[in-house]
Design a protein around this ligand. Structure first.
Ligand SMILES: Nc1nc2c(ncn2[C@@H]2O[C@H](COP(=O)(O)OP(=O)(O)OP(=O)(O)O)[C@@H](O)[C@H]2O)c(=O)[nH]1
Length: 310
């Protein structure tokens, strides 16, 4: 079954995310695509609902900077999954203070990886405030780091509001962005989010990889590996095996127990394995996702099979 294409739109407060989102909706509709939209609002009210009248909108309210973003998003993705095939393109607008990696990370979860395909992380940069936000005098470290993360994790960067700056400033920002961004990322200029839709939706590298792999890549050379068909394994054995993998940073997964129609959730971080057993689910697959620094995928897959299957 075709996975639902997901586009994440990130960018700092007021950079033009909603402006671009409205344009994307229009274009996708012209193509006859069935759209779902997730808005991640700060505060407890979506003040922009009127812009999306008639669309299938899901709001993640109270989407503050903390981890609740991921939980809310999971709940919303679950709703999409129960509405089979009603949506073939999902657009997610992050709050101006969200790190898109968190959204990508959620889409990487074993529950969702077979259903959703992260096509692009689009990041808007407000050209008119670029130097102000980058300045150590008029901005905070948190803001600078956040803007940096938004740029690093994107595969499509829109320098928006160029109508408010000079050609010279535009060039200067472009040079800076090229230094920060992933080498494969597309950097484009726009005012009022007017970009070439075709270049935005055309297939790029991100689709061929696991979501979020790209996002971490620039700085961390992170790779991911999906192991499927997991037999019943003792927790201690799995923990030992995971701890033996060179450069592994994180693992997460689910192991389905056919007899009890329940699953065990697996979370491995900081060399420790945590499991939650006996959870109810409609999901009936077993899969573990490994995330690490330049993982030797073939070797790990083989080691898993030797140890637990044959
Ligand atoms: N001058 C100028 N204004 C723009 C441009 N793009 C968007 N705006 C305006 O900037 C304001 C913010 O745009 P939005 O699209 O709402 O930005 P946003 O990133 O969704 O904002 P938040 O929801 O606060 O995060 C609106 O008043 C837009 O009309 C642009 O390229 N040039």
């Amino acid at each position: 079954m075709e996975r639902t294409s997901v586009y994440v739109i990130s960018g700092f407060l007021g950079s033009g995310k909603t402006t671009v989102l409205v344009k994307m909706i229009q274009k996708f509709k012209e193509q006859g695509r069935k759209l779902g939209i997730i808005l991640n609002e700060l505060g407890d009210e979506c003040v922009e609902s009127h812009l999306f009248r008639g669309e299938k909108i899901y709001e993640l309210l109270n989407g503050c900077i903390c981890c609740s973003i991921q939980e809310d998003l999971r709940k919303t993705l679950d709703i999409f999954m129960t509405q089979n095939n009603t949506v073939d393109v999902l657009l997610i607008e992050g709050t101006g203070v969200a790190d898109p990696v968190e959204i990508a990370d959620t889409l990487l979860h074993p529950f969702y990886i077979d259903k959703f395909q992260l096509k692009s992380i689009i990041s808007l940069v407000d050209a008119s405030h670029y130097f102000e936000y980058q300045s150590i005098f008029s901005s905070t470290k948190e803001i600078r780091d956040l803007l940096r993360d938004q740029i690093i994790s994107a595969d499509y960067i829109i320098l928006n509001k160029t109508d408010l700056i000079t050609e010279k400033e535009k060039e200067k920002i472009h040079v800076k962005l090229k230094k920060i961004a992933d080498s494969k990322a597309i950097i484009t200029f726009a005012s009022y989010g007017n970009i070439k839709f075709d270049t935005l939706v055309e297939k790029r590298d991100l689709a061929a990889k696991f979501p979020s792999e790209n996002s971490y890549k620039k700085h961390h050379h992170i790779s991911t590996l999906k192991i499927e068909n997991i037999p019943n394994i003792q927790k201690i054995d799995l923990e030992k095996w995971l701890n033996g993998i060179t450069n592994l940073i994180r693992a997460k997964g689910i192991v389905f127990d056919i007899e009890n129609s329940s699953y065990t959730e697996i979370q491995f971080a900081a060399n420790q394995l945590k499991v939650k057993e006996g959870l109810n689910t409609d999901y009936n697959k077993s899969v573990i996702i490994l995330i690490g620094y330049k993982l030797n995928k073939a070797e790990i897959q083989k080691s898993f099979e030797n140890r637990f299957i044959s």
